[in-house]
Ligand binder design. Structure first.
Ligand SMILES: [Zn+2]
Length: 346
């Protein structure tokens, strides 16, 4: 046994995080501040109460409420700056941050003004050692036409650091086939493709995300645990799963996939995925909304039987799955390995 506690070992790793929603990163104290900017009085206690859901719908309701206070570009910048500080505090050196551009459009907001303000804030964060790229996300239940609008914005903003297009929202609402044209469009424009699938949907949702939409990474994908052939397909095609353990517990997704309403985090399939050789990485999804952070996600994975050494490999896989140029990826993986080696773990 290492004399150094796992928390310290993992915190020291220069980590990557790939599945993280900007609008899901708003802490209660920030909600209070944002609401006040817009003349609404909210207590931190109220926010904490709203963040106490136990299923996916409860989470979505809270998400809608909290994002209603994101009105001006400066509101988004405040949220980003606080998130960037929190990421640096955990030694996250690279993040792909998902923006709910589908929600911005739904609210009639100025996509260009918000995004360009975020890009400026991102440049400041880069100076502190946090490299960020953006994923613009469409909301599935708003339909293919609205998703195409997001895709067009993502393509327009590629030069400014948007690297991928994603789709979240209600996975069960509209079939993947409807979005084939949207994903064809983003690929033709050189954007990378991610899809939220197999969180509350079944194995078929993951399969369709890959086969119909050409997803290069899957957000969640935990339904794969129910289907050996699917796990083999993901392994042979090197499609990573961006896993968020605490999120899966809090939204009820874990209980749903395992068919056990009392499912505990120790039963999360992350351990089984790792042993079967799937490419996986750990992320937080919406950290304060689920009471988590990246170090806690790693510590939680230990409860499933993975060792700290296994987690060092998972940490490397996050960089391997990143949408970065090969040289940059190699350099970040090397730094990660140097730190792990210096700890005497391998
Ligand atoms: Zn997500």
């Amino acid at each position: 046994m290492s004399p150094v506690p796992p928390r310290e070992i993992i915190t020291a790793w220069p980590k990557a995080e790939l599945h993280l929603h900007l609008e899901g990163s708003i802490r209660p104290s920030t909600v209070v501040k944002l609401a006040a900017r817009h003349g609404v009085t909210v207590e931190e206690f109220d926010v904490a109460t709203r963040y106490e859901y136990t299923d996916f719908n409860g989470f979505i309701e809270a998400f809608k409420w909290v994002t209603s206070f994101l009105r001006d570009p400066a509101d988004f910048v405040l949220v980003f700056e606080r998130l960037a500080r929190q990421l640096r505090g955990q030694n996250v050196v690279y993040a792909e941050i998902t923006l709910s551009t589908g929600v911005w459009l739904w609210r009639g907001q100025d996509v260009e003004a918000i995004f360009l303000a975020l890009r400026e804030a991102q440049r400041a964060a880069a100076a502190s050692g946090l490299r960020v790229q953006w994923i613009m996300d469409a909301t599935r239940q708003f339909g293919a036409e609205k998703a195409m609008e997001v895709a067009r914005w993502a393509a327009r903003m590629m030069e400014e650091g948007v690297v991928a297009f994603g789709m979240g929202g209600d996975e069960l609402s509209i079939p993947a086939e409807d979005f084939r044209g949207v994903y064809d469009f983003i690929r033709q424009n050189g954007l990378r493709a991610v899809v939220h699938a197999g969180e509350v949907g079944g194995p078929d949702a993951v399969r369709k995300a890959v086969e119909v939409l050409g997803a290069e990474r899957i957000d969640h994908g935990i339904a794969a645990i129910r289907d050996s052939a699917l796990m083999e397909m993901l392994t042979s095609r090197s499609i990573p799963l961006d896993l968020c353990l605490v999120s899966n517990l809090r939204t009820g997704a874990l209980a749903r996939q395992l068919g056990d309403k009392d499912a505990k985090l120790s039963a999360h399939p992350v351990g089984e995925f790792f042993r079967r050789g799937l490419l996986i990485n750990l992320s937080t999804d919406d950290p304060p909304m689920f009471g988590t952070d990246l170090v806690l996600e790693y510590l939680t994975a230990l409860e499933t039987g993975l060792t700290v050494k296994d987690l060092a490999r998972v940490g490397e896989m996050a960089f391997e799955a990143a949408f970065l140029p090969a040289a940059e990826k190699d350099s970040l993986v090397n730094k990660f390995r140097e730190t792990v080696n210096s700890q005497g773990l391998v």
